[in-house]
Design a protein around this ligand. Sequence first.
Ligand code: UDP
Ligand code: MG
Length: 325
Amino acid sequence: MRAVSPLISLVVPCYNEEENIDSIYSAMTNAFMPSTDISLEIVFVNDGSSDRTAELLDRLATSDDRVSVIHLSRNFGHQAAVSAGLEHAQGDAVIVLDADMQDPPIVAVEMVAKWREGADVVYAVRQKRKEGLGKRLSYKLFYRLMGRMSSIRMPLDSGDFGLIDRQALNAMLALPERNRFVRGLRAWVGFKQVGLTYERQARAAGEPKYNFRRLVKLAADGIFNFSTVPLRAIFNFGLIICVTTVMIGLFLVVQRLFDFSIFGVRSSDVPGFTALALALMLLFGMNFIVLGVIAEYVGRIYEEVKGRPTYISRTVARSRYASRK
Ligand code: UDP
Ligand code: MG
C-alpha cells in the first residue's frame, strides 16, 4: 500500500529562529539517518524573519539539496507559513514541526512508522507541557471549548505537529478557504487519524512568537472557521428572553390586577408601568429572535462561501461501465 522507499517531507515554519535553525536541521537529519529506506525532503518556510534566519536557510539550501526554502514576502503568521510549506512539499507523507525543537524530530520518525502501518494522519498529542501555567491553562480551556462548539471532532491537546499522508494532504490543499486553521482542516478531511503521545519540550532558544493577541486570533479562527454555534446562540438567547418575558409579564399582570406590592411598591403607584415593561421586554426578546433568524442565514451563507466540498472520498471502486463515460 505504502511506497517501499517513500519520500518524507518535513515542513518547518521559521520566524526569527536564527538560534534554532542549525540545531533543528541537524536534529532532523540525524533522526532520519538510520532510516536508510526513506528519502528526506526538508521544506523551510521563512515567514518574513528580520534576523539572520533567511541567510542561514539559504546556506542550508546550498549545502544540502534535500532542502527547499520558501521565503514569504512578509510575516504572514504561523498558519499561513505552514500552509505555504504544505503546498510546496513533494513527499508521500508530510510532517509539520516547529523550528524551536519543541516538537522532537525523533517523534517524527515514530510518526512515519505509524503511517507505514496504515495511518493517514498522525497527530501528536502533548502529554506534558513545559510551559507557564497561564499558557497551559488557556490552551486547555481553548481545546475543551473548541471541542464543544465545533461541528467536527478535533483531537484535544494536539497542535500542528503531525504527519499527513499525500492523499489527505491533497484533499486539504484543495480546500479553497484563505483563512486557514491547519489542525482543523486536517481533522476535517477525515481518513484514518491516529494520535501519538509525546512530551512537549521547552523552546530551545529565542522567544515564543505567539503572544496573547496571536493566540486569541488563533482561537477565534479555530472556533469561527469550524462552527456557527455563536450565531445559533443568538436565537437561543432570544428564545430564553421571550420565555422569561412572558413569565415576568404574566406576573406583572397579576400584580397589576390584585395590586399587591413588591419591595413596598405597587404597580398602581407608577401609572403605565406594567404596559411599558411588557412592551419593552417583549420587543427586546423578539429583536433577538429576529436577529437569530438573520444569523442563521448568515451562518449558512458562511458555510457556502467557504466553498468546502460536501464530501471527500477515500477510495472509489469503479464498475466496468464507469470508464465508458
Ligand atoms: N512562526 C512563524 N510565523 C509566525 C510565528 C511563528 O512561522 O508569525 C513559527 C515559529 O518560528 C515556530 C513555530 O511557528 O517554528 C511555532 O511558534 P512558537 O514556538 O512561537 O509557538 P508556540 O510553540 O509558543 O506555540
Ligand atoms: Mg514553540
